[in-house]
Write a protein that binds this ligand. Structure first.
Ligand SMILES: Cc1ncc(COP(=O)(O)O)c(C=O)c1O
Length: 412
């Protein structure tokens, strides 16, 4: 083929996440305005326990730096297995556990593990854009399900949009970006539907430590007593949120069925060989330092309870988010779209948020199945996402400026 033959790999039709773009624009503005208030990224006000950093340094200096098992350090997996048993009510033996470089990689590996030609994955219509990117890269066809008034998954819609090709139901509770928290009733209905149809479930529980309205319920706890060969749920967790270890890149996956474990081992081997050894020793220490979880939970909850009511009172937020680190703020009263509002807020009020259109884009496919370029848009276009895990004073000032910009625009 001639050297100038154009190439159209699938990845070129999938945009870099709008989260990344907003991150880039905010950083650019921060260079001009160092006092910029950043509500655009889920980077918490608190940091990891100090002993975690020391364990990382010790492991590196002691030479515990070699390749290890593709599924992760045995001691770490033992400790994770105990935590899943006591904190999540999940039965996950060490050979069903995978330590991963961030839960992001765990999710991507799971999607590749479960993908079948022509297989469809059910994703919420307002979703974390990385879930969509991962599904498309795995060759899965995304199908979007509707949400109820509280932005939680609507089981009726899930039933309606599913097809004979549905293979995976993606659940994320507490959810990014909606803050929706799934209660037992809905979760049981969704599990029963998946069992009836033979779907696998990918349960992203990154924000498990930030459930506010009720206790966090792990999807896999519903099948604790089910024979492993009949299990549906693959659960994904991270050290990034509860213990603020975002830059460590450490997470884990608890796989349900033995045959999914074998396939996932191959996927992990072919993409990472094994997760980083020193980071896992830091993770081992983090499993012992879990007492800071309660304090971190309290911090984010206090932010939610003391600052977000201003948005509810101003009619910009229907209710406080049930969990997680984010809220979707309705800025339509300003007469601006989420994208326009975000740009004006960044330029004039020096507050960074993320436009909702990046969380509700839906890809289209040509008649031959090729993916058309994915554009931002959809039902969240009049919303913007804010992160409320940040410094309390920054959050309060940022929210005040959001309300004030909506008011100015409404009057003017
Ligand atoms: C819903 C959700 N899942 C997974 C992740 C991935 O986190 P990490 O790769 O840091 O574990 C994030 C990060 O923002 C997230 O919001």
């Amino acid at each position: 083929m001639p050297q100038d033959t154009p190439i159209f790999p699938v990845a070129s039709a999938i945009p870099a996440s709008w989260l990344y773009e907003s991150f880039r624009q905010a950083n650019e503005q921060e260079r001009r305005v160092p006092s910029l208030i950043k509500l655009n990224v889920g980077e918490p006000a608190f940091g990891p326990p100090e002993s975690v950093g020391r364990s990382l340094a010790d492991a590196a200096l002691d030479g515990r730096t070699r390749y290890i098992d593709v599924q992760g350090l045995h001691e770490l997996r033992e400790s994770i297995s105990d935590k899943l048993d006591t904190a999540n009510d999940i039965d996950a033996p060490v050979d069903h556990l995978f330590v991963t470089p961030g839960s992001c990689e765990g999710l991507a590996a799971l999607m590749r593990t479960l993908a079948e030609p022509g297989g469809e994955i059910l994703i919420p219509e307002i979703h974390w854009p990385v879930h969509l990117q991962q599904a498309l890269l795995a060759g899965l066809r995304p199908v979007f399900y509707g949400l109820d008034d509280s932005l939680a998954p609507d089981p009726e819609s899930i039933r309606d949009v599913s097809t004979a090709n549905t293979r995976i139901l993606l659940l994320n509770s507490p959810a990014n970006p909606t803050g929706a928290l799934l209660g037992r009733d809905v979760l049981e209905r969704l599990y029963e539907l998946a069992a009836e149809r033979g779907w696998q479930i990918v349960s992203d529980e990154a924000y498990e430590d930030f459930a506010f309205e009720s206790e966090h319920l792990s999807t896999a706890s519903l099948e604790r007593d089910v024979e492993p060969s009949r299990r549906l749920v693959n659960s994904v967790f991270t050290f990034s949120k509860g213990l603020a270890m975002t830059g460590y890149r450490l997470g884990y996956v608890a796989v349900g069925r033995p045959e999914v474990c074998s396939a996932m081992r191959m996927v992990q081997e072919s993409s990472i060989i094994a997760p980083s050894a020193p980071i896992q020793y830091a993770g081992l220490e983090a499993m012992r330092a879990r007492e800071s979880l309660a304090e971190n939970h309290k911090y984010v909850r206090a932010n939610r309870d003391s600052v977000l009511p201003t948005l509810v009172e101003a009619g910009l937020l229907p209710a406080l988010p049930g969990g997680g680190w984010y809220a979707m703020v309705d800025v339509s009263a300003s007469g601006l779209s989420g994208e326009e509002f975000t740009a004006e807020l960044l330029r004039d009020e020096h507050v960074a948020v993320v436009p909702g259109s990046g969380f509700s884009a839906q890809p289209e496919f040509g008649a031959d199945g090729t993916l058309r370029p994915v554009l931002p848009g959809g039902i969240a276009s009049r919303l913007v996402r804010i992160a409320f895990c940040v410094d309390h004073g920054q959050l309060a000032a940022g929210v005040e400026r959001i309300v004030s910009l909506v008011e100015q625009r409404r009057k003017g």
